[in-house]
Design a protein around this ligand. Structure first.
Ligand code: MN
Length: 193
């Protein structure tokens, strides 16, 4: 199966404004990460890392926490196209993932897994990822570890202990898009007009 087959199979591109998708890599500063806030049937945050031209993705129901003591469940979802990282808008209610999406954080990352010697695609297959994020909101070391395999595969997203760790109320304090400065409510209201 090609990397984006599942992504495309789930969506009707005549109905949704999400990108049909291409592979790519735009940045000379390093690979990209993005966190999208997605107000769907259940509010969650989608954590995505650029790996081999696509965005490896996890849905994080409670969103990331800067507190290393707060482990956050992260459920893997299908690879998303690279250009999804700038998608913001409303997915029609009866379509897959129906709801409102904003770009909650965006930036570059460095692979720290096994001192950066383990390629990230391989790290994901093995079930442990360590990255240094340089976003506008998320910074420092973060780890993703698989805790369950199979149909109910589950991972944990955890902040590592470093100078960027803190107990800050990241999600409530920083609700806006880093791309357009809007909240999910503002994006939903704008598209409803
Ligand atoms: Mn989502």
């Amino acid at each position: 199966m090609a990397p984006l087959d599942e992504y495309r199979r789930k969506r009707n591109f005549r109905r949704t404004g999400e990108p049909r998708g291409r592979r790519g890599r735009s940045s000379s500063q390093g690979p990209r990460f993005v966190v999208q806030k997605h107000d769907a049937s259940r509010l969650h945050y989608d954590f995505r890392l650029e790996v081999d031209g696509v965005l490896k993705s996890w849905a994080v129901p409670k969103g990331p926490s800067a507190d290393p003591g707060q482990k956050r469940l992260a459920v893997p979802t299908e690879d998303h196209p690279f250009d999804y990282r700038s998608f913001e808008g409303v997915i029609p209610e009866d379509e897959y993932g129906g709801g409102t999406v904003i770009v909650w954080d965006d930036g570059t990352y460095r692979n720290l897994t096994d001192e950066g010697k383990r390629p990230l695609g391989e790290a994901i297959e093995r079930g442990h990822v360590s990255v240094w994020l340089e976003g506008e909101k998320l910074r420092g070391g973060w780890s993703l570890s698989r805790i369950r395999r199979g149909a109910k595969e589950a991972w944990l997203l955890v902040k590592q202990r470093d100078e960027h760790a803190g107990a800050a109320r990241l999600l409530d304090d920083e609700p806006r898009s880093v791309r357009t400065g809007r909240t999910v409510e503002e994006v939903a209201a704008a598209e409803a007009r």
